[in-house]
Design a protein around this ligand. Sequence first.
Ligand SMILES: [Zn+2]
Length: 397
Amino acid sequence: MIDVNGDAVLATLRTLAGFGASGTGVCRPALSAADLAARRWLAGEMEAIGLAVTLDAVGNLYGAARGVERTVLIGSHSDSVPTGGWLDGTLGLAYGLEIARARAAAHPGAPVGIDLVDFSDEEGRFLSCLGSRSFCGELTALPAGFAAAAAAAGLPEVGPARLDPARHRAFFEAHIEQGPRLEAAGRSIGLVTGIFGMRRYAVRFAGRADHAGTTPIALRRDAARLLYRFADACDARFRRAGSADSVWNLGKVALEPGAVNVVTERAELLLEIRDLDPAALDALSDALAALVAETDGELGVRVTLEEMGRLPPVSLDPGLQALVAAGAAALGAPAMPLPSGAIHDAMVLARRVPSAMLFVPSVGGRSHTPVEDTRPEDIVLGARVLAHAVFACADTL
Ligand SMILES: [Zn+2]
């Protein structure tokens, strides 16, 4: 029997929620005073269970098990969005702390230990997943404003904590789902199969500016009208082309000159598509390109497409997924496989080290808002399932 103290997990989460508390949520952006205070408190907790702790120059807090050769690494993040909830990121850290404590108590002197990491700036105040990118050696330059903020926050000049493939043999991140699927299915444990890839586009419309009162409708080359017609058509096209998991989102619209008495000359629509399956992403991209080609020239308006960025989908390790599934089954709560639509630090880690993620349900599917919550019994169950998986993993290393 693995003895993970559920009350201690909840107590850790409640204490962390006090740093940057804002109503029922938290405001703890990376490198804010509240963020650093939370990390320093967590550093004390990590030292108390015997980890060798460093807070590095980018704000990563890393606790290394002493006297071991190989470790299972557990991690997530304690920074938040400005209107954040109390569990986003902290859940995985509270689990890691109690599992590391339980492992050290159950197997003192064992050659395989548990390391714990609290990644900096997962939420992208400066750069999304900045801390995990630094940890994995992917950060070639610091984003604008970071160095000044780090100096103001009093971050020490400590060289960056780094992933060591000889030591860190597996990575686990537990997280709240931040969506409604587990709750809707009445399930308590989500087994994350992978993390959605994403592609971002700008669709541009070039028409002609004319007097909005004197130019007959039939003669207008109205970029705004065509943009809205195009945006409306996207839904049916993407629904047909994508997979059951595909999601898409229309973002910022810009109109020039944007005056109500001038026919719009130029218009731009930003949009994003996401899926786990690269073939589905290709199909969505193709559907978008086809719609652009068909729309081009309507109303005398030129339509062009530019890709603005992409992140490839990430598959999580099948062997580690099986350990999470076995842990959930052992505790009588069969895990529901589902992809993650949100980006997590595990996306960065999974490119370098076998990685797995576990989700617990979000009440009402809500997250990135102060109403974010998870039932205490689900929080505790998630800790036990993760402990099963981590212990089983450690036994194989
Ligand atoms: Zn998060």
